[in-house]
Design a protein around this ligand. Structure first.
Ligand code: 8Y7
Length: 273
């Protein structure tokens, strides 16, 4: 299975790691925009060294309860980092919900648009269709401000699946070829721990749709609910979910801890060779 990502053709015969690089002032001590940029670039380079195939950069926190970033803030945070990494040949994904950020990121050479809103903003699908970028369509229920208040589903797997089928179809109709589409159940986005673990257990239901599946469970609160660990102490839980996701057919594993996840996938591959 190959994914068309802008100028890159990403081989997804084996699962690959996407490294998370937050370009948001709340993600570390506030030291001004150049420090923020340099820190993000350094982190991304390190992740590439460690074996990440994709770097996902985001200028707006989508954590439960986070405050939205303005368009100007997001552009100012993301574009300089994107430009440097693209210049180094890195396959960069841009995590954004804003059509204008998508347009400018694609112009600067972004290879993928990772949208937790599944391209539902006005103009988002046409902005992506006009280029050759890959798109990651993620499911969420509600908005980051409120989504964890009382997530409810009749059947979480069926509902998430139907949503992703319908968004993938909307993309295809608008001219985004299937070879460019990734789907993602959106762990933690309007889901209880039970919902998240059901989705992970039944990930094959999404894999069966024939599109590459991205799984992002890294450090999320459901891991804390089970292990009792704080966010900075969820590496083992994150690796467990990465392994289960790979075992269940996920092709892109989105993580903070690249080096450790790459090792887990190497062992998984050795067993399955
Ligand atoms: C996901 C994501 C986040 C995810 C995709 C966090 C931006 C929260 N989670 N994108 N973004 N899938 N595709 O804890 O699960 O990383 S933000």
């Amino acid at each position: 299975m190959k994914l068309v990502c802008g100028n890159h053709l990403l081989d997804l015969g084996e699962p690959v790691v996407m490294g998370i690089v937050n370009v948001t002032p709340d993600s570390f001590s506030d030291g001004g925009k150049f420090l923020l940029r340099d820190h993000a670039v350094a982190r991304a380079r390190q992740m590439i060294e460690e074996g990440a195939a994709i770097i996902d950069i985001g200028g707006e926190s989508t954590r439960p309860g986070a405050i939205a970033a303005t368009l100007e803030q997001e552009l100012e945070r993301v574009l300089p980092v994107l430009e440097i990494l693209v210049g180094e040949g890195v396959l960069v994904s841009v995590d954004t919900q804003k059509t204008e950020v998508m347009r400018q990121a694609i112009n600067l050479g972004a290879a993928m648009i990772n949208d937790v809103n599944a391209l539902q903003a006005e103009g988002a699908i046409p902005a992506c269709a006009a280029s050759n970028v890959a798109v990651c369509l993620m499911h969420k229920q509600g908005t980051p401000a409120t989504m964890q208040h009382a997530p409810r589903y009749e059947s979480v797997v069926a509902e998430v699946r139907e949503f992703l089928i319908s968004r993938a179809r909307a993309c295809e109709v608008a001219g985004i070829a299937r070879e460019r589409i990734v789907i993602d159940p959106g762990f933690g986005f309007g889901k209880t721990g039970e919902h998240n673990f059901s989705l992970l257990r039944d990930l094959r239901e999404f894999v069966a749709l024939g599109l590459p599946v991205l799984a992002g469970f890294s450090r999320k609160s459901s891991l804390g609910q089970v292990t009792g660990r704080a966010v900075e102490d969820r590496l083992a839980g994150s690796l467990a979910t990465a392994l289960i996701a790979a075992q269940n057919g996920a092709k892109i594993i989105r993580v903070h801890d690249v080096k450790e996840t790459v090792d887990v996938l190497k062992i998984w591959r050795a067993v399955n060779a």
